[in-house]
Design a protein around this ligand. Structure first.
Ligand SMILES: [Zn+2]
Length: 231
């Protein structure tokens, strides 16, 4: 993966999470300095991968294709690590960063076939299609029928659908969620909501406390899992 690939991937993920694509957010996401981001983004604008308007950055068609390839390989690698190698949900995200680098034009289609052309990564985030039809990025705001856990009230139940990339990148978060059993396909119930929006939820394997910002990055399908699966 080149630096350009990493930047395009990070920008794609910020847009997917409905976070403004500003240089400061890219610096946070990639763990690099502001001057480094400033230098690199000017280069990517010059190379036609990024467009800049009023301090906000966006991917051009070329940038989007570059990002989709990186995001697809990352999420396929995660699926392979979980589905085939049976590694944990949290460690898969960590390891996928190096695994995605060896996926190329020849191995990618084979991997897609082996995995049964999965629609999402193990954390529920959509795997971009290879069909050349690009965008719009399947962002939180566009996820049909889903609501953020943060928008739920006490007593509300739902089925976990998607743990967004922002949480995947928050140190320790995936481990905590996996430990509590809060993973896609499982039931959650809101037990309490504090004035600052922090909440306690009952997940498949226990109760977990979530900051408001974390709850805003978890998408659920409202309604009871048992009812949904029997209807
Ligand atoms: Zn993932």
């Amino acid at each position: 993966m080149t630096a350009a690939d990493r930047y395009c991937e990070a920008i794609y993920e910020l847009a997917e999470d409905d976070i403004d694509v500003l240089q400061v957010r890219i610096a946070e996401r990639l763990g690099v300095s502001r001057p480094a981001v400033s230098e690199m983004t000017s280069r990517l604008v010059a190379e036609g991968l990024l467009a800049s308007a009023d301090g906000r950055l966006s991917l051009t068609d070329l940038g989007l294709r570059t990002a989709e390839s990186a995001v697809r390989r990352h999420r396929l690698a995660e699926r392979f690590l979980v589905d085939v190698l049976h590694l944990g949900w949290a460690e898969a995200h960590e390891l996928a960063g190096s695994w995605q680098r060896v996926i190329d034009e020849r191995t990618e289609p084979a991997l897609v076939e082996l995995l049964g052309d999965p629609a999402t990564c193990p954390h529920g985030n959509p795997i971009p299609a290879r069909d050349g039809l690009h965008g719009p990025i399947d962002s939180i705001g566009l996820a049909g029928g889903l609501v953020t856990l943060a928008s739920c009230g006490v007593g509300d139940v739902g089925q976990v659908s998607r743990v967004t990339e922002r949480l995947e990148n928050e140190p320790g978060m995936l481990v905590a969620l996996e430990h509590a059993g809060l993973v896609p396909g499982t039931r959650v119930e809101v037990l309490s909501v504090a004035v600052d929006g922090a909440m306690a939820v009952r997940a498949a394997r226990g109760v977990i406390a979530l900051a408001a910002s974390s709850a805003a990055s978890i998408l659920v399908r409202p309604g009871d899992l048992e009812l949904a699966s029997h209807s």
